[in-house]
Design a binder for this molecule. Structure first.
Ligand code: NAP
Ligand code: F7E
Length: 327
């Protein structure tokens, strides 16, 4: 019998890589998508509509899918945007998790089946860091509505584990990127601009705080860690990252350098991209994942920047050909 996985947020970056990974492990993969996109008709096969700001059909979806494993990735995941829509972010990214955990508790009671639950927790919870690097025992100091919502979800996940004996785990993932990264996140914003500048379709790139430092890895590596977290004998929480930190400035150097351009000639600072409170430095201590999950990231910082630039060069070249053909 194939194992059945349910991925919320299947249309996002991680949903894309995780569904491919699980299919390669012969899972029957189902997904949840929000109803928010205009023009959407019938959901694709094995896909169900649910808006986590409301979630009233979650019981029905669980009854239909009958999952063995749930990967809860759905969230309003943009930190800067969360300052503009804090209540919506709390509803979706915070209370949405509680809605799913409560539906899952009811489903387990009814079906007498044990389901494994993964919560997409975030290094943003460490926020104004009290120590570096950050591990599973580092206290949280969230610095945005998004991070506060993730702290809420983190503790709800642990509460359901402790209160009801559910197999519920947190993966505390540091930033991970790919050609599938949303274009409003800094790495993808940069690699897209690099391609457009190289192909003479854009002159400048406007950014906020380029001194912020992040522990950046490749999303394809990180979805394997999500799966490994749900394969352990006992439910537990794990920090997942590379253990290396780089500034946005260093990412600029690597990305523009990949096409032999000097970033300083093209980048300008625009305070509209500053945040009301910034997370200045994140750096993971992934020792527990290394020891217990035998997990290691494979793609380096430089390789990540290069593979994202190469993917955006291909996309932008196609875009340019199409726009020239239609003009
Ligand atoms: P992402 O690309 O933003 O994907 C999140 C998905 O959530 C979206 O594609 C969206 O799918 C869905 N969603 C948003 N609002 C929804 C709602 N109201 N109801 C139902 N679905 C909704 O994020 P990601 O980078 O793949 O990250 C996956 C998860 O890991 C997120 O929870 C994120 O907060 C967390 N995380 C990410 C990182 C990172 O560096 N990438 C690090 C730590 C934690 P639709 O298209 O269906 O609306
Ligand atoms: O910003 C700075 C910005 O938006 C990274 C999400 O996946 O990872 C992500 O959150 C840094 C910040 O990611 C611009 O101020 C400068 O210091 O790419 P980002 P994030 O905020 O770290 C965590 C782990 C998550 O959980 C989140 O869901 O880059 N920065 N200039 C900029 N950032 C953006 N977006 N745009 C700029 O123009």
């Amino acid at each position: 019998m194939k194992r059945v996985a349910l991925i919320t947020g299947i249309n996002g970056q991680d949903g894309y890589y995780l569904s491919r990974f699980l299919k390669s492990k012969d899972y029957d993969v189902h997904g949840i998508t929000s109803c928010s996109k205009p023009g959407i008709g019938e959901p694709p096969e094995n896909c169900y509509y649910c808006d986590f700001a409301e979630g009233s059909n979650l019981n029905q979806i669980l009854g239909t899918v009958q999952p063995d494993e749930i990967y809860h990735l759905a969230a309003q995941s943009h930190v800067r945007l969360s300052f503009d829509i804090p209540v919506y972010t709390a509803e979706v990214t915070g209370v949405g998790t509680l809605r799913l955990l409560e539906a899952l508790r009811y489903y387990e009671e009814q079906s007498q089946k044990k389901i494994r639950f993964y919560q997409a927790s975030s290094s943003e919870m460490f926020g104004k860091v009290v120590e570096s690097p950050q591990s599973e025992t580092t206290p949280f100091h969230p610095r945005s509505p998004y991070a506060c919502a993730k702290v809420f979800s983190y503790w709800q996940t642990i509460n359901y584990r402790e209160s009801y004996g559910m197999y519920a785990c947190n993966g505390i993932l540091f930033n991970h990127e790919s050609p599938r990264r949303g274009e409003a996140f800094v790495t993808r914003k940069i690699t897209k601009a690099v391609a457009r500048i190289k192909l003479e379709m854009q002159d400048k790139l406007y950014l906020g705080n380029i001194d912020a430092k992040r522990d950046w890895g490749f999303a394809g590596d990180y979805v394997e860690a999500m799966w490994l977290i749900l394969q352990q004998d006992k439910p537990d929480d794990f920090v997942i990252g590379t253990g290396k930190t780089h500034s946005v400035r260093e990412f600029l150097e690597a990305a523009f350098g990949a096409v032999d351009l000097d970033w300083k000639q093209y980048v300008e600072i625009d305070p509209q991209y500053y945040r009301p409170a910034e997370v200045e430095l994140l750096c993971a201590d992934p020792s527990k994942a290394r020891q217990k999950l035998n997990w290691e990231p494979k793609v380096s910082f430089e390789e990540l920047a290069r593979l994202m630039v190469e993917a955006d060069m291909r996309l932008t070249q196609q875009e340019k050909i199409l726009s020239e053909a239609s003009s």
